[in-house]
Design a protein around this ligand. Structure first.
Ligand code: FES
Ligand SMILES: [Fe+2]
Length: 485
């Protein structure tokens, strides 16, 4: 290993800074892209038990998943009275439904008789009939029929409500969010920075063109982290290194709204890992060839970058034209950055919408029923064609653990990159159980956003324990920076 300076919090890749790359754009970039902040968040070790221990998973459930705002679905998926989707997280489940009064509710998906799960699937109903003894709930969650009702006067005429319990609901720009905590602070405050930035990227002007969800054998944080840094690109996705600014990605944490962070990965520039200077033609050629596969372009014409034009501007213009035709929308005003870069916002704990339109994705990560399983949703939010009605949202494809992303219709060339990421994560989970070393070691800058995320988890758990008047002892061995022998 070569000698390195010991400058945590100062050292960054020798590659061009994202903010300098943005200055070369052929159009004004969105103001949101210029709003960045990369505070140093420390160098402590992070205990592995956070990913494997049922005790820590229980703390997360109680004080993070039960307390935070989570993306549930699109308003477009709840168009008619009775339209609903099921939102499962850890061992909780909600039915997100539009009632016959037009209101969107998040009903607990559990019968109030003896607890049976009421439904597994999205659809449209006037009522839910419990499959066990037939108690029936209308689409507002009110109990409307009980077979043998004479035997339940204590429930039907009791002092407690007979409607299904509900979580809190908020809507933002066509998206529906839930919070299990009825006393949660307003969504607009919780997600303020994301809301402010996305005024320039209105999601309500996009439609859901693709949605797949897959169960994966790893902790939800392992899965989320695999999509939250550019450090893994060199080894996991070597095919994109000639045109991806991986090591010089920008990571933003917003101190006044720490629930929002951002990973900004520039494209159309070579990786700082490549020591020789590639020609603009080579960068463009590699990028166009890759994207013809991943974005579904059929034209395989070899790029001819005019003298004096940078690969980034050339490829952006090429994609702008191709995407305009593909989306049937005029994209002339979109900056090179919005066309090319991966700009991934992250709303704590686990919702990640991309800002640009080149790969208009949204990710969601959720814990499964044990610390060793998780779910990842991949949604593609495509711009609505000019002067055309908004298409209906695509149905959701559910992939089992043993299925590959490519089996989801519409995943196209994106699946290759996802399979590369997915091939790592079960091995990460297995290795985290090794007793050889008790902590993971994050990079100071490139993985600082991950460390920030873990500190947020600790903050929420600590606040929750304190509010419940409980000792912090249960958290201490799992904390970021815990002294483990
Ligand atoms: S558990 Fe639902 S009706 Fe009995
Ligand atoms: Fe990746």
């Amino acid at each position: 290993m070569t000698a390195i300076e010991n400058n945590p919090g100062i050292s960054q890749s020798r590659g061009a800074k994202v903010q300098d790359i943005l200055k070369t754009d052929t159009r004004p970039v969105p103001k949101a892209f210029l709003d960045f902040a990369s505070p140093y968040v420390g160098s402590e070790e992070v205990p592995k038990s956070r990913f494997t221990s049922p005790e820590f998973a229980a703390l997360e459930k109680q004080y993070v998943w039960m307390k935070t705002w989570q993306f549930a679905c699109l308003e477009d998926e709840l168009k008619e009275p009775g339209s609903h989707v099921v939102y499962d997280v850890a061992d909780e489940s909600l039915i997100i439904i539009r009632g016959k009064d037009g209101e969107i509710r998040a009903l607990h998906n559990a019968c109030m008789h003896r607890g049976t799960r009421l439904t597994d699937d999205a659809g449209r109903v006037d009522s839910f009939v419990c499959p066990f003894h037939g108690w029936e709930w209308d689409n507002k969650g009110d109990l409307v029929n009980v077979p043998g009702s004479w035997d339940f006067p204590q429930f039907i005429h009791g002092s407690k409500p007979t409607c299904l319990p509900q979580a809190k609901v908020a809507t933002w720009d066509g998206l529906v969010f839930i919070n299990f905590d009825q006393n949660a602070r307003p969504f607009d405050e919780y997600a303020a920075k994301m809301i402010e930035h996305f005024k320039e990227f209105p999601l309500s002007k996009r439609y859901k063109a693709f949605h797949a969800v897959k169960e994966v054998e790893c902790n939800w944080k392992v899965l989320m982290e695999a999509f939250s840094e550019g450090y893994h690109v060199l080894v996991t996705h070597p095919q994109i290194v000639p045109f991806c600014g991986d090591e010089n990605s920008e990571y933003s944490i917003y101190p006044d709204n720490p629930e929002v962070s951002r990973f900004f990965n520039p494209f159309g520039v070579q990786s700082p890992h490549i020591l020789e200077t590639l020609s603009e033609e080579t960068i463009a050629e590699e990028f166009v060839a890759f994207s013809s596969r991943s974005r579904g372009y059929s034209d395989q014409t070899r790029p001819e970058v005019p003298a004096g034009v940078e690969a980034r501007a050339y490829v952006a213009e090429t994609f702008r034209e191709r995407m305009s035709a593909m989306f049937r929308a005029n994209l002339d005003n979109y900056s090179d950055s919005e066309i090319l870069d991966a700009v991934l916002y992250h709303l704590f704990p686990a919702f990640a919408p991309w800002a640009g339109i080149g790969q208009p994705l949204m990710y969601r990560w959720r814990p499964g029923r044990t610390p060793d399983t998780a779910f990842m949703d991949v949604i593609r939010m495509v711009v609505v064609p000019d002067n055309e009605p908004k298409p209906d949202p695509a149905p959701t494809t559910k992939l089992r653990r043993d299925q590959r992303w490519v089996e989801a219709p519409g995943m196209a060339g994106l699946a290759d990159v996802f399979e590369q990421d997915m091939s790592n994560v079960p091995f990460v989970q297995q290795g985290l159980k090794s007793s050889g070393k008790k902590t993971v070691t994050y990079a100071n800058y490139m993985e600082g956003k991950l460390r920030h995320f873990h500190k947020m988890l600790d903050m929420y758990i600590e606040e929750g324990l304190r509010a419940d008047g409980k000792s912090l002892d249960v958290l201490d061995p799992h904390r970021v920076g815990a002294q483990l022998d």
